[in-house]
Design a protein around this ligand. Structure first.
Ligand SMILES: [Zn+2]
Length: 425
């Protein structure tokens, strides 16, 4: 599992975590500014929808979307704000585009076109994409020279791929390549050159990564394998737009036809993640008092957030200990102060009736827990009641040499566990 996936998994179960390191990550996100948190959350939410269906996180998205009174996921708000974007039709992106041993295509992005001299059929294919009138489409021009010098054949066509809100010129270029190779996959003994003026697409084919448009790259590779078994050879060639190429010119013309006003999409293609993410991110950050409160609490506990020391704090903690520490440091704790904010508790007042049940009240002041505080008090004479000190946070007044006092942090964790107050009932 990658770090990103772990963070995602953590978010699903609330503050109520899976792996200790992911808590540290999640905590860092919470403490940064609201908009940064929003950007990350939107990305996480989008990423989760591109996971293969077999991934438990992908299957978990339905549960997050539902309103739940208890254990509502922190991602619920993100899901709710983006509900008008159809995430269900997002492309799937697998961890690997190709197996490491798969041969990469030859994509020529610097040299000249080689003269083709050998016997057998020759074919040049040019692809081009267009984005305008809120549409994305591609055009193709194929020049086919069958063996034994039969007549040269020229074929052009265009495909309207979809709305600009779902597709982009880069993915359209990749889609065009997969589409055209599928059309010609029956040929035998041809030497084929595929021309594009989109450098990003050519580079992606040469070195595919875990990225948007992956499906088209996989299709292209599969089709090339089939073509090769029939004695064909295929090369990709990038030609800069400044260079005059007749076939590319024809493809470009076709691409523009595909994006004429009122053109209707002809293919059913998944939404591209990169495009969707851009749109989702451009949505206004929802105003959330809750997120602001959480951010404020975390920053007050620890002015050094986000920092490497968070990892150190959570290292070697058990699941239960990490859970407790994260609750206290983020303020998203099973205490009435927070539960009331998320409408789970009727009141924010502590059962002792003396005050609002905040993290500070719970840790230092509530009379119900006086007997459990001995160990915490023994940790320090000078920092009693100091929330930063007891939760491993840096105060603004601490100097650069500051490091968290891990003994005090452990004492706080033991205190919280001994009270049983933070555990689910
Ligand atoms: Zn109390």
């Amino acid at each position: 599992m990658s770090l990103g996936q772990r963070v995602g998994a953590q978010a699903i179960v609330g503050t109520f975590l899976t792996v200790a390191t992911s808590v540290a990550e999640a905590e860092a996100h919470i403490a940064t500014t609201r908009s940064r948190f929003w950007r990350r959350a939107v990305k996480m939410w989008t990423d989760m929808h591109t996971l293969p269906e077999t991934n438990p996180l992908r299957r978990g998205t339905d549960r997050i979307r539902k309103f739940r009174r208890y254990h509502r996921s922190p991602l619920y708000q993100v899901a709710d704000s983006l509900k008008h974007i159809d995430m269900e039709t997002l492309e799937t992106i697998n961890p690997f585009t190709l197996a490491p041993w798969d041969e990469r295509v030859q994509a020529n992005i610097d040299g000249q076109l080689e003269p083709q001299t050998e016997a057998g059929g020759l074919m040049q294919i040019a692809v081009s994409s267009s984005a305008r009138n809120k549409l994305v489409g591609f055009g193709v021009a194929i020049e086919k020279q069958p063996p034994r010098n039969r007549k040269l054949k020229l074929k052009t066509f265009s495909i309207t791929l979809g709305a600009r809100a779902e597709q982009n010129p880069f993915s359209a270029e990749l889609a065009a390549m997969a589409h055209v190779l599928k059309m010609v996959v029956g040929i035998k003994d041809y030497r084929t050159t595929l021309l594009t003026s989109n450098k990003a697409a050519a580079l992606t084919l040469r070195n595919p990564r875990r990225q948007s448009g992956q499906k088209f790259v996989c299709q292209t590779y599969k089709l090339m394998r089939r073509l090769r078994t029939n004695g064909n050879r295929i090369k990709f060639h990038w030609i800069p737009t400044t260079e005059d190429n007749k076939l590319l010119g024809l493809a470009k013309e076709q691409a523009r036809t595909a994006t004429q006003e009122d053109a209707l999409p002809q293919e059913h293609v998944s939404r591209m993640k990169s495009t969707t993410l851009n749109i989702a991110r451009s949505q206004a950050v929802p105003s959330s008092e809750l997120l602001e409160n959480i951010g404020r609490h975390a920053k007050r506990v620890d002015s050094a957030l986000p920092g490497k020391h968070t990892r150190q704090l959570y290292d070697r903690l058990t699941w239960k200990e990490a859970n407790v520490l994260a609750q206290l440091r983020t303020g998203m704790a099973r205490l009435n102060g927070y539960l009331n904010q998320i409408n789970v508790a009727e009141t924010d007042e502590c059962d002792c009736g003396q005050a609002r049940e905040t993290v500070e009240h719970f840790l230092f002041r509530c009379r119900k827990w006086t007997a459990h505080r001995t160990e915490m008090l023994q940790c320090t004479q000078t920092h009693r009641g100091n929330i930063s000190f007891f939760l491993g946070g840096k105060q603004a007044s601490d100097d650069q040499k500051w490091t968290p006092n891990l003994e005090a942090v452990r004492a706080s964790i033991r205190f919280a566990i001994a009270t049983g107050r933070l555990e689910a009932t």
